[in-house]
Design a protein around this ligand. Structure first.
Ligand code: 5AD
Ligand code: SF4
Length: 486
């Protein structure tokens, strides 16, 4: 049912250009939704369920942007007319959660003849997963992957077409292995009006031996700096004061650009944007964190006093097996350098327990780094075997009871240090970005400090989105209770 006339107009001499092609499908879907609303005498609703990291959260904002553009009313309820799961597969648990939702949705879908279910995200890049869904979860209408998310409008339209043709049992599948393409300028609906994530690069080339991300997100691709700057400028004009620059390994930004540029260089340019108050970024890899970047962070007025620097293990032997390209000593030296340049910085990390072959001695090396660095917080993970990665076929997988014991000891150490470290600002007055009403107390709001800690204080909704000064009266472990001072 492709409108070849329109397509050929778009085509000119070459291939149809994105994103115009997607706007064309959005218009078609919009007509359909308008018609459905009239026929049913009610709104058509959609729900996006997001699993996983900040990259997925940002992708979901893109999905919402397109769904709203088409005319769906967004709700947070899986009985909506269109439900899409944006999946994660970094650990096996993430996959299990999705199957749980899908099982439950079979009954829900039987009650609503207009319902469509879609799946996208990292888990869909695994062929075995797609095979399983095709055979065991036939109520799914659409599956697409991480490389062609920009085609969402087109795929949604094709689903609408086939459901109109009565082919309800067919699952439309469009998963690509990899792509060079980065499509700009599609609609996106930010979750918060005052802060936003900005993708600066996609994919990962590091192949840490436990990690599935390079297989599901493909090779590293950086966005052109001018596109990033233009997107931030537009967001700032629209009320954004804080950006989070997103990439699997932001420190290697720019290497594959036509005119190579460093991440530090990009930060210098972003810093110049008037009206932008705060810059965050995630995730950094210790092996690529340059002196130039440390210097820029030390000088900057806008880069937040927070660095997430995944350690993964404190054992140099395990780090080698993990293919991380740094040793325990390298990591500790890097921390010293960063703290010398930015004394008030808050450091957070990721740690994996139970990587194949991890001995008690290796684990104690990790504990040693935790005690030496004294992280503001650490995300601790039990090693999860991911099919297709190098570590999955390594000998010496560690028994679950040993892992559990180490995990509990690590968690306790991390938490004790964290509550101690976090309380070091008691009595100080700091600037916070007010993010939301406090969910427990209507008269309170919650703000975020530059170092990423939260503070709850008395205040009204009008403060949301503003940077204000707050005195930190009392530390409650991982957050503060404070008083507005202006
Ligand atoms: N098992 C456990 N944790 C993992 N991570 C990545 N892959 C695995 C895995 N197979 C963790 C790493 C990474 C974070 C996002 O998830 O610590 O930094
Ligand atoms: Fe995975 Fe390593 Fe890439 Fe991070 S840097 S996404 S842990 S492969």
């Amino acid at each position: 049912m492709e409108d070849t006339n329109f397509m050929s107009q778009l085509e000119g001499q070459g291939p149809v250009r994105e994103p115009q092609r997607q706007y064309y499908f959005m218009a078609k879907a919009r007509d359909y939704i308008t018609q459905m609303k009239q026929t049913l005498g009610r709104d058509m609703t959609a729900c996006v369920v997001t699993f996983g990291c900040q990259m997925n959260a940002r992708d979901s904002e893109k999905l919402v942007g397109i769904l709203e553009n088409i005319g769906y009313t967004m709700i947070e309820d899986e009985t909506a007319d269109f439900v899409i799961y944006n999946t994660c597969t970094v650990r096996e648990n993430a996959n299990l959660k999705v199957y749980g939702h899908l099982g439950y949705m079979k009954k829900v879908k039987e009650k609503n003849p207009h319902m469509m279910i879609a799946l996208c995200g990292c888990m869909m890049q695994e062929p075995e997963v797609v095979e399983k869904i095709k055979t065991s979860y036939r109520h799914v209408n659409l599956i697409f992957g991480t490389h062609n998310i920009y085609k969402f409008a087109e795929l949604l339209w094709r689903c609408i077409e086939s459901s109109e043709d009565g082919q309800k049992s067919r699952t439309l599948i469009d998963v690509w292995k990899d792509t060079d393409q980065i499509v700009e300028d599609l609609p996106v609906e930010r979750k918060y009006p005052f802060k936003t994530g900005i993708n600066i690069m996609f994919g990962c080339n590091n192949f840490c031996s436990y990690c599935i991300v390079p297989y599901v997100r493909g090779r590293e691709r950086s966005r052109a700096p001018e596109d990033i700057i233009a997107e931030i400028r537009r967001a700032v004009a629209d009320g954004v004061v804080e950006v989070m620059l997103l990439g699997q390994n932001v420190n290697s930004y720019g290497k594959n650009l036509e005119h190579p540029m460093t991440f530090a260089g990009l930060l210098r340019e972003i810093e110049k944007i008037d009206g932008l108050e705060r810059i965050r970024f995630m995730t950094s890899h210790p092996k690529d964190l340059s002196d130039e970047l440390i210097e820029v962070m030390g000088e900057s007025k806008k880069i937040c006093r927070h660095l997430h620097l995944p350690l993964q293990s404190g054992s140099s032997r395990i780090l080698k097996e993990m293919n991380r390209h740094y040793t325990k000593e390298d990591y500790l030296k890097l921390v010293d350098k960063i703290r010398a340049a930015c004394p008030d910085i808050s450091l957070t990390t990721d740690i994996i327990v139970g990587f194949p072959g991890e001995t008690e001695e290796d684990f104690l090396e990790t504990m040693d780094v935790v005690e030496k660095v004294r992280f503001d917080s650490a995300y601790t993970f039990i090693y999860s075997k991911r099919t297709g990665t190098k570590a999955a076929v390594m000998d010496n997988q560690v028994p679950q009871d040993v892992i559990k014991d180490r995990f509990d000891r690590l968690l306790k150490a991390v938490q004790d240090i964290s509550s101690d470290v976090c309380s070091r600002y008691t009595g100080e007055t700091v600037e916070v970005l007010v993010e939301e009403k406090n969910s427990h107390d209507a008269g309170m709001v919650t703000g975020r400090m530059s170092n990423n800690l939260l503070v709850h204080f008395e205040g009204s909704d009008e403060l949301i989105g503003r940077l204000v000064k707050v005195r930190l009266d009392m530390c409650k472990g991982f957050y503060y209770i404070g008083t507005l001072t202006e």
